[in-house]
Write a protein that binds this ligand. Structure first.
Ligand code: PEP
Ligand code: MG
Length: 337
């Protein structure tokens, strides 16, 4: 990505780091734990893996910033579904098959996207956020010690926040954990705690959330899903899923305005940030940072630097005057060419 001109990593999803054989075992141990102590013991096994992953990434980035998103998906995604795997897990953890099945059944949700995911996990189990904070901060301190010429400022991003109270609760856990580690290390290092705005409740109260967040990042994939009430993966209703829908666009415009008003950086890490038809609108709304896959950077860079402010304003005003996603898309297509 750096070769393509990336200035950092805008979205480091952490859940994929848990799927490798040795790690998933500790993750499952954490999920089946019945007490805080047992959960913390399992998390302590995951910590060195996360930390070494972050260290490797910080080293590769050579001082460029990276936004690390804390655990986001519902926990059922980490437990086995096949009978044979359930049996193996039971043996591994010294529990009965019936016990493991009961735990897995307990994780089942009819509507997981509306359920126990994102920062809601950290609210129930703050020790998960504490472990992830340790991993990020310790990794950054280690790399900073080896490279005094870099200025490491870790960015921690709390997903699926609904309102300021929720962010404050998780941020307090992060700050208490991080400050202690930094103090013990005797190295002066700053860090930032921000949040993703991806559910309508957060979008509507973005002005309040901006008082507590040190940066905003859009999760446009989820923001579109929740604003439109359309499951991202459901083909039967995918015709309704469009980030160009006027409701989603108004939401995006409002969130950027709230962030800018509060003087914080506003970035976007959902798929929309690399869409050539969306980029002019995001620029007009005042977005500060665009996060995308490496292969999209060159084209996006050209677009980002290619428009004048007055041209962008006129296009955004026109785009916002349409009543349907289709009209907006057609108009933006004709504009971008
Ligand atoms: C998003 O929701 O836009 C996002 C970037 O997160 P994810 O796709 O991982 O839900
Ligand atoms: Mg998301």
């Amino acid at each position: 990505a750096v070769k393509f001109g990336a200035e950092g990593i805008g979205l480091c999803r952490t859940e994929h780091m848990f799927f490798e054989a040795t790690r998933i075992k500790a993750m499952r141990e954490m999920i089946v734990a019945k007490t805080v102590e047992a959960r913390e013991a399992a998390l302590a096994k995951i910590l060195p893996y996360q930390q070494s992953d972050f260290e490797a990434m910080y080293k590769e980035l050579a001082g460029r910033p990276m936004t690390v998103r804390f655990l986001d998906p519902p926990l059922h995604e980490f437990v086995p579904t096949e009978e044979a795997d359930i049996k193996l897990l039971a043996e591994d953890l010294g529990k009965s098959v019936a016990d493991i099945k009961a735990i897995i059944a307990g994780l089942h949700e009819f509507n997981p996207m509306m359920g126990h995911r994102g920062c809601r996990l950290a609210v129930t189990y703050p020790e998960i956020a504490a472990m992830q904070t340790r991993a990020v901060i310790k990794a950054a301190l280690a790399v900073q010690a080896r490279h005094p010429e870099w200025t490491m400022v870790p960015e921690i991003m709390i997903p699926l926040v609904g309102e300021v109270k929720e962010l404050k609760y998780v941020k307090d856990v992060v700050v208490a954990t991080a400050d202690k580690i930094i103090k013990d290390a005797g190295i002066d290092m700053k860090y930032e705690v921000g949040t993703m705005i991806e559910i309508p409740r957060a979008a509507l109260t973005a002005d309040e959330i901006a008082k507590e967040a040190e940066f905003f990042s859009f999760g446009t994939n989820d923001l579109t899903q929740y604003t439109m009430s359309v499951d991202r993966g459901n083909k039967k209703v995918s015709y309704l899923y469009s980030t160009f829908n006027p409701a989603v666009l108004r939401s995006i415009k409002h969130i950027i305005a709230c962030g800018r008003e509060a003087g914080i950086m506003v970035g976007m890490c959902g798929e929309a940030a690399s869409d050539p038809m969306m980029i002019p609108l995001l620029l007009a709304f005042g977005l500060n940072e665009f996060s995308m896959s490496a292969s999209a950077i060159l084209r996006a860079r050209k677009l980002i630097t290619g428009y004048s402010t007055s041209e962008l304003q006129a296009v955004a005003d026109k785009a916002m005057s349409f009543a349907t996603a289709k009209e907006v898309e057609e108009y933006m297509k004709s504009f971008v060419g």
